[in-house]
Ligand binder design. Structure first.
Ligand code: FAQ
Length: 321
């Protein structure tokens, strides 16, 4: 009772819960679910853009894209570390992703069909990620909030690089402008779906907000994203593919059409255009990297002076002891 009261007081004062503090089981489970899904999203999210590294149109664009994809890997790693402070291991988390038991963001199950998609992902997908994640810097769990502060700084940079790429293409040829518009047409609705189902259909929101894990509801953040993005689309010279999009003076916000929620449900269920491909690629990369993990363990055992855990890998690592 006393522990619960102490926990409630921390939440009520918008202070942080830290790993060694007592917390209700449901709070711990919810955090593991959300942080793990977030980490998996960063890792799977490397694939759509990674698809274009070998085909970037210039050395400059290639260097930018390589750095961006590498940043996403880094975000995944901070988030896995934050999640591990809740008492679950990295191995367990990876297994939950590879077995399909835990989710990752729906947006990464759409294909990247042209180079303009690299710019659109930076502008819209990172833009949506920022809207969603800036309030998470104030989340009630310390390690998650601190990871988000650094991640948001990098995501802001990603969004600007996407916008800069699209602006360059929009000041290019007619064909390049058409490529940007076609890309925006494909990514607009899936970007709105990143914020999750409508509040009325969101089973976790009320409790997550009461615990201070989420600071805003799915619909509030979706609205914020639309309000932020429409003027940017105007400045860029692209049309957002929603005839219902109009400024509402009374509300002080843009009105917009209803995303296809059946599509979001299907993608979350595993039936999106690229779900099978994304997981198969991740599983193959995990298997291909087995020797690195074994070598690292053997190296650590060697450094600790304990017997090598995996003898073959220790040999491969050039162990000369
Ligand atoms: N995709 O009750 P709610 C990035 C699930 S950004 C898949 O509303 P909640 C950066 C939800 O998990 C992307 N699943 O759930 C980047 C729940 O599942 P359950 C990652 C979704 O948690 C950019 C069920 O539906 N960002 O990676 C989606 O309160 C470019 C019911 O939904 C984060 O993860 C969806 N879109 O709210 C990387 C942000 N929406 O209960 C590379 C942190 C809902 O069956 C390139 N997460 N679901 O397990 C959050 O803010 C929240 O978890 C929400 C969902 C808002 C995503």
């Amino acid at each position: 009772m006393e522990l619960q009261e102490k926990f409630d007081a921390v939440i009520a004062h918008h202070d942080r819960i830290e790993p060694r503090d007592w917390m209700p089981d449901g709070y711990r489970r919810t955090l593991i679910r959300q942080i793990a899904q977030h980490a998996h999203s960063e890792i799977i999210g490397m694939q759509p853009e990674g698809n274009w590294i070998g085909r970037a149109p210039s050395l400059r664009r290639k260097a930018i894209l390589l750095a961006k994809v590498q940043d996403e890997a880094g975000h995944g790693l901070y988030l896995y570390s934050a999640c591990e402070t809740l008492g679950i291991s990295r191995d367990e988390l990876v297994e939950l992703l590879l077995s399909g038991k835990q989710k990752y963001s729906s947006i990464f199950n759409y294909p990247t069909l042209s180079y303009a998609d690299v710019g659109t992902i930076g502008w819209l997908v990172d833009g949506a990620a920022i809207c969603n994640q800036v309030p998470l810097c104030r989340t009630s769990y310390g390690p998650y909030g601190r990871a988000m502060i650094r991640i948001c700084k990098e995501e802001s940079f990603h969004q600007r690089q996407g916008y800069e790429l699209l602006r360059t293409m929009m000041s290019g040829t007619e064909e390049q402008r058409a490529m940007v518009q076609e890309s925006v047409d494909r990514f607009w609705w899936p970007s709105l779906m990143m914020f999750g189902p409508p509040d009325t259909e969101s089973p976790n929101s009320a409790q997550s907000m009461a615990w201070g894990i989420k600071r805003n509801s799915n619909d509030e953040l979706r609205q914020k994203f639309v309000d932020m993005t429409v003027p940017q689309a105007d400045a860029l010279g692209v049309t957002l593919p929603d005839p219902a999009l109009t400024w509402n003076d009374e509300r002080g916000h843009y009105d917009f059409g209803e995303p296809d929620w059946a599509e979001l449900t299907a993608v979350i269920r595993g039936d999106g255009p690229c779900n099978a491909q994304r997981l198969a690629h991740r599983r193959a990369a995990h298997d291909d990297g087995a020797w690195v993990r074994e070598a690292a363990l053997a190296f650590r055992a060697h450094e600790d002076g304990t017997a090598p855990v995996v003898h073959d890998a220790a040999d491969a690592f050039g162990d000369r002891s």
